[in-house]
Design a protein around this ligand. Structure first.
Ligand code: NAI
Length: 332
């Protein structure tokens, strides 16, 4: 029997965690027979709510959930963890500027980087979900110098899943017949959802997504903005932000990182940029990656059209601006 894996989820009393904890505890992420000890971090005022979540986890009667550690202390939460889902963040309130939100949240991710550095396993894999996810991941890695920087990633898998779902619906095929849709750049409205390299299997035949869709205007004028604005559409309908789908995406991201991508398939992750595809260096930029033995690698050699180039530059520029603002807040 494998040793239990310690996994921390921050923001554990929140919306996304409420779906995510069940997925992790029942074996969707680390394999169905991997024993798990869940560390649940939230802020002091949420400890009562967290108690209820702990009760429900017990009542799920899950065979491979070997322990639950609820806490408001980062030293306890990050102790010996091998995987970290950093979901907890301050939500945007009415009247709050994007800058104010960025300021509040990068400070949280500085503190959590320091705690990971001190208490987590040195090979911990960190997925940042809390927004602004890319820049939070960058800041977190900077304050955890003893952990390799490639171990810090940001979630754009929800955008990828949304993009895949749009194409599957348009062509009229099940979701698993669509692969290799790419999200480039920031998890924000400047992201570039790119179907140019995606494939769709139709009646046993593999076609490129543009061939299968047969409607290039739809790709430019409907697909791209629908994916970019899907988060806002869910908020408008639900009066709350995406939670179930965000939890599923976090599970998908961490599972693929731990267990590897299937041959011929790639996925999108926000990772430390090495300048591939002309992206700015030293920002956390979403690229197509393959994963093997717990390591990701950026897919190389894809052709970038002139209009894609412009979109990549816009989202890259936004990430450079966010980095500048984040550093100014932290050093103030
Ligand atoms: P929520 O407001 O329901 O839950 C957030 C939880 O984090 C709360 O329980 C809060 O008390 C906790 N928290 C705040 N500061 C904390 C700290 N310093 N340490 C530990 N916990 C802390 O929010 P929800 O819906 O669960 O979303 C969480 C984050 O995920 C938000 O920032 C949201 O914008 C982001 N998000 C990111 C997506 C992505 O694709 N990257 C998709 C959807 C949401």
């Amino acid at each position: 029997m494998a040793e239990p894996l310690r996994v921390v989820v921050t923001g554990a009393a929140g919306q996304i965690a409420y779906s995510l904890l069940y997925m992790v505890a029942k074996g969707d992420v680390f394999g169905p027979e991997q024993p798990i000890i869940l560390h649940l971090l939230d802020i002091p005022v949420m400890m009562g709510v967290l108690e209820g979540v702990v009760m429900e986890l017990a009542d799920c009667a899950l065979p491979f959930l070997r322990g639950v550690v609820p806490t408001d202390d980062p030293a306890v939460a990050f102790k010996d963890v091998s995987a970290a889902f950093l979901v907890g963040a301050m939500p945007r309130r009415e009247g709050m500027e994007r800058k104010d939100l960025l300021g509040a949240n990068v400070k949280i991710f500085k503190v959590q980087g320091e705690a990971l550095d001190k208490y987590a396993k040195k090979d911990v894999k960190v997925l940042v979900v809390g927004n602004p996810a890319n820049t939070n991941a960058l800041i977190c890695s900077r304050y955890a110098p003893s952990i390799p920087r490639e171990n810090f990633t940001a979630m754009t898998r929800l955008d990828q899943n949304r993009a895949q779902a749009q194409i599957a619906a348009k062509v009229g095929v099940p979701i698993q017949q669509v692969s290799n849709v790419i999200i480039w750049g920031n998890h924000s409205s400047t992201q570039f959802p790119d179907a140019a390299h995606a494939s769709v299997t139709v009646n046993g035949q593999t076609l490129s997504a543009p061939e299968a869709v047969k409607d290039s205007a739809w790709l430019d004028t409907v697909f791209v903005p629908t994916v970019q604005k899907r988060g806002a559409a869910v908020i408008a309908a639900r009066k709350m932000s995406s939670a179930m789908s965000a939890a599923k995406a976090a599970s998908d991201h961490m599972r693929d990182w731990f267990l590897g991508t299937a041959p011929g398939r790639f996925v999108s992750m926000g990772v430390l940029s090495d300048g591939s595809y002309g992206a700015p260096k030293d920002v956390v930029f979403s690229f197509p990656v393959t994963t093997k033995n717990g390591k990701w690698e950026i897919v190389q050699g894809l052709t970038i059209s002139d209009s894609a180039r412009k979109s990549l530059d816009v989202t890259g520029k936004e990430l450079e601006e966010e980095r500048k603002e984040a550093i100014a807040v932290i050093e103030a």
